[in-house]
Design a protein around this ligand. Structure first.
Ligand code: FES
Length: 300
């Protein structure tokens, strides 16, 4: 096998020079001949080395079990006594037992080093209060495309389609022409309010009690933030209605209230109740009714 592998390696080099590439491409069975033969030859050369090594180890190498005994882990009594002796000598020579002032001031200095850590705890505040429980979504706020900022109508979304969305307020401007949200404030608000909007055949949706009117003609809206550790999710399998998180493969069934069907996420992805306004645009009925984002000890 090893000899045959060498033959394929030589053929690989031969193929490299033999077949034309570029405009006068050689074609075999509809494939680029150079790529085809280079791939086959290199693949066979590697495969034969692997297969040969396996055969060699299985058929020719000795198959006897060998047991190697470990030496005792415990040191001998003599070694232990010597170590204790050296330790005591070191303590004696350091004078720590005879100089209580130095010893105590050293211990005090080491203890005082804990104080800066306590002071630094102040930088963890202020406590977030209920900020983690709320997003900028409010009743009547339009759902817009997250790139164009265009408000969405039900006819903009086809069955099987997923659209990444945001609240319209992120694109709104104040009287001075400035965006209402910008900088770090915008990023923080976006991290909680990002959504995915999907449309399914209404007959395939099984809304939980109380959620019967949370969608519009098969259009449902969910948080885009994974409930595991908060990755943005928008990998959508339209056949299974599953939304997949690329970070650790948590999978949520959007036809079944965002239920977790696979992976480490501990709770369903939150759903945003939506409806249409008088102009026919998709709008939120309210904020999310549960916290969005990662689970932690208070959220399960
Ligand atoms: S963040 Fe989504 S599975 Fe971990």
């Amino acid at each position: 096998m090893f000899g045959l592998s060498t033959v394929f390696t030589v053929l690989f080099v031969f193929s490299y020079f033999f077949f034309d590439i570029g405009e006068d491409l050689d074609v075999v069975l509809g494939f680029n001949a150079s790529n085809l033969f280079l791939g086959i030859c290199l693949g066979m050369a590697l495969l034969l080395i692997g297969a040969g090594a396996v055969q060699w180890s299985r058929k020719l190498m000795a198959d006897a079990e060998i047991v190697e005994m470990r030496h005792p882990a415990r040191s001998s009594d003599a070694d232990r006594e010597e170590t204790v002796g050296k330790l005591n000598t070191g303590i004696e020579e350091s004078g720590i037992g005879r100089r209580p002032l130095i010893r105590n001031s050293l211990l005090g200095a080491l203890g005082a080093l804990g104080l800066p850590a306590v002071v630094l705890l102040r930088d963890l505040g202020p406590l977030p209060g209920d900020k983690l429980e709320q997003t900028v979504w409010r009743r009547g706020m339009r759902l817009v495309n997250d790139i164009s900022g265009m408000p969405l109508t039900p006819s903009d979304i086809e069955i099987g389609q997923l659209v990444n969305g945001e609240p319209a307020v992120f694109f709104a401007e104040g009287p001075d022409g400035e965006k209402l949200y910008h900088g770090a404030e915008l990023l923080q608000a976006k991290a909680k309010a990002a959504i995915v909007i999907v449309r399914m055949d209404p007959t395939e949706i099984t809304p939980a009690p109380g959620r019967e009117n949370w969608g519009v003609d098969g259009i449902l809206c969910y948080s885009k933030i994974c409930t595991h550790v908060g990755c943005p999710i928008s990998l959508w399998e339209q056949q299974t209605h599953n939304l997949l998180c690329p970070c650790h493969q948590s999978t949520f069934d959007l036809a079944d209230n965002g239920r977790v069907v696979f992976g480490p996420a501990a709770r369903a992805v939150p759903q945003l109740p939506i409806t249409v306004d008088e102009q026919g645009y998709l709008v939120a009925q309210s904020d999310f009714l549960e916290p969005v984002g990662p689970s932690y000890w208070e959220r399960g």
